[in-house]
Design a protein around this ligand. Structure first.
Ligand code: GDP
Ligand code: MG
Length: 308
């Protein structure tokens, strides 16, 4: 059988809908989503095998300017996603008076430098449903950017015609053997999934710097016939944040745990007993060694080169 397989990087600024699009295409929840920017911290792989083609999607953290150590890690994950991809889906938020901003131009220049097959995705078109849009002008503007092999407007949230979408990108996938077994969905294991779901609930239930200063480690994962017992620690960077996570009378932590458990049960199809603990690890996210311990090890990529 003639097979095709390729890596498809999903990149763009924070909060443009990258993880939403990936989950929608896969019809499964592999990447966490929240209304706050910078929810995704790692490169996450989602695999979709259809007939003789294997689409390997790489979700990535949003590309933004920051000198914080944890953000540098996230940016390096995004840059490495671009370097690893056969095709790049460059997501931007569609607006009726559409044009690229400074950061988007930077990303485009980087894509040009590595001559990546790039498809521009104009996401969130649902937000301009009742607004008059001058498409002619937008098309004229986009013609200035030769790197785009195609432009696809869509709404990742309202729904995408997955078959049509995959057809549009299939032609850029190289002829080669599959990299993963046909029924593989992601390269991440259930433990990672569990820690990410808990992190998502922290993003949804806490505010300001707290979700950014939080991380989750699964300490114990005991699977038996009908259930899984999971102990997980939520790591925060300051003593005061511990109180915020726990909340009045423990209510917030309870909510985080309950919402996370429901999602994990739905996904893993097993009864889950989830025990959450909160620990303070002073400034874990501004120290490279501590980051590495928690599992965020920065690749050897010069991101200053990219950001300048
Ligand atoms: P990411 O940071 O690029 O991965 O973005 P997320 O997938 O986490 O989405 C960020 C926010 O945008 C979430 O609140 C999503 O529900 C929302 N969102 C994603 N796609 C769409 C869309 O097509 N339309 C609208 N209105 N919202 C969207
Ligand atoms: Mg994301």
């Amino acid at each position: 059988m003639n097979t095709k397989a390729g890596y498809i990087g999903i990149v763009g600024k924070p909060n443009v809908g990258k993880s939403t699009l990936l989950n929608h295409i896969l019809g499964e929840f592999v990447s966490i989503i929240s209304p706050k920017p910078q929810t995704t911290r790692d490169k996450i792989l989602g695999i979709y095998t259809k007939n003789n083609t294997q689409f390997i999607f790489l979700d990535s953290p949003g590309i933004h300017n920051s000198t914080k150590i944890i953000n540098q890690y996230m940016i390096s994950e995004a840059v490495s996603t671009i370097l690893d991809s056969d095709i790049v889906l460059f997501l931007v938020e569609f607006k009726s008076d559409f044009s690229f901003d400074e950061m988007e131009i930077k990303i485009i220049k980087f894509l040009e430098k590595f001559n990546k097959n790039t498809i521009l995705i104009l996401n969130k078109v649902d937000l301009s449903n009742n607004i008059k849009v001058d498409y002619e002008n937008i098309i004229k503007y986009l013609e200035n950017f030769k790197i785009f092999k195609d432009v696809i407007p869509l709404s990742a949230k309202k729904g995408v015609d997955t078959n049509l979408f995959l057809k549009q990108i299939e032609k850029f996938i190289p002829n080669q053997q599959f990299f993963y077994p046909e029924n593989y969905l992601t390269d991440r294991n259930d433990r990672f999934f569990v820690s990410e779901v808990i992190r998502e609930k922290i993003f949804l239930l806490t505010y300001q710097e707290v979700p950014y200063d939080s991380s989750v480690i699964v300490e114990k994962y005991n699977e038996s016939k009908g259930s899984i017992v999971i102990d997980a620690s939520i790591i925060v960077a300051k003593e005061s944040q511990k109180g915020v996570i726990i909340g009045k009378g423990g209510q917030n932590l309870q909510k985080i745990g309950m919402n996370a458990r429901k999602d994990i049960e739905k996904h893993l199809n097993k009864k889950i007993i989830l025990n959450l603990f909160v620990k303070v690890e002073s400034n874990w996210n501004s120290n490279k060694d501590k980051l590495k311990q928690i599992g965020y090890e920065q690749k050897d990529i010069n991101i200053e080169e990219f950001l300048k």
